[in-house]
Design a protein around this ligand. Sequence first.
Ligand code: SF4
Length: 432
Amino acid sequence: MAVMCPDHRELLNWMDMGIPFLSGNEDLRYMLPGMLMQKAWIERALSAEEEGKKVVYNQFNMYAELFNAFDLVAIPPEIWTLLKVRLKDGFGMIETIDAAHEAGIHPELCSAHKSAIGDQVLGDRIPPPDFIVNPSFPCDNTKIAYQVLAEITGAPMLVMDCPYFGPDTDEEAAMAYWVNQVKELIRFVEEQTGKKLDPDRLKEVVEEANRGAEYALDYASLRQLKPLPQPGAGGGSAVGGMNLMGLPEWTNCMKALLDDIKDRVAKGKTAVPEEKLRLNWFYLHAFYDFDVYEWLEREKGAVSPVTFSNYDRLEVVDTSSTESIIKGVAKRLLQFPMGRQGTGSSDIYINDCIDAVKRWQCDAVILSGHAGCKYIRGLLGLLRDELRKINVPLLVFDEDTFDPRVAPPEEFRPKIEDFVDMVIANKERENG
Ligand code: SF4
């Protein structure tokens, strides 16, 4: 019989080798929390059936605390599938992307979704779902892809209708509507699991999530220091928030990220010896080119204090009553990076990008133009205009965040290099 999830088992072996190496290296220790968290999640997912736990496919823009309050195993299929991107020299998602193409899925779909569909088509790549939850944010890709996932797996699916947020939205009415959607979610999960929500367990899980959220916010504020104390693109609540939030493994990950940066600050360590440029990557850069940040640090003295996926707008939830918890969790669900910006008007994305530039003291913005992502494509001109007003240059280039065949790093790295050189030269000229 074929082994279930062979790629993820290979990843576990790879992590078993990487973890002792990273643990013993103070300068690379910042990479360890994410790896430990991913390992814990893969193991949890692979043992779900044996442990008699139900699996929910929660679209990846959903923090998982509610699901963890029901003791479910949350598997956002896009995140599951993208973990393998770095296998096979960065071509780790190709087989499943192509399986989706061959099954008739249109090539314009976000390749994270194509690969998630390919996992189902090939049959042995991901634990099957007991049910599926898909909110209507952030984009059309999720809406259509989840219908396909529900059709192939036969699992019941709840679609959560997110109200439109924009400058004219009546926020109070919109939030009241959304809180009712979250109550509908709780009813759906109760029906699927045959278990009533336990208010004590919910409180416990949300208090655990609050601890992690506070660590994540403290961590984000230390990444705002200039010069940047810690290398790489940093972490944030999105690291594991969609599968382990509310469990100690997630809290530990947030705390370890914070402890590492605090330790570096205390020791006076910086990401680079001389910081020449601070970049805001306000989209997901190609996952098969993950060392781009270290490359820019090494070659250019350019650091990346903030990215789209660690721009955190988390809030701590009031746990004084079950009603306050549900309201707080509902609000928090709308803050997931990418999900938040996909809840309505492009103002949200543009304002957040500018806010990130200002708070993380960035000199320039880079957007890796993911082929499937229409909601970003539609606002690029507006964003460029707003950034010009504050004299912040913007680079956009074409790629596919999960499929290196569309544009390999050899094609876009020279564009990044030219842009960074130009912005550094301009900055030096302006500073005399
Ligand atoms: S990357 Fe873009 S296209 Fe893919 S899920 Fe996110 S918003 Fe949608």
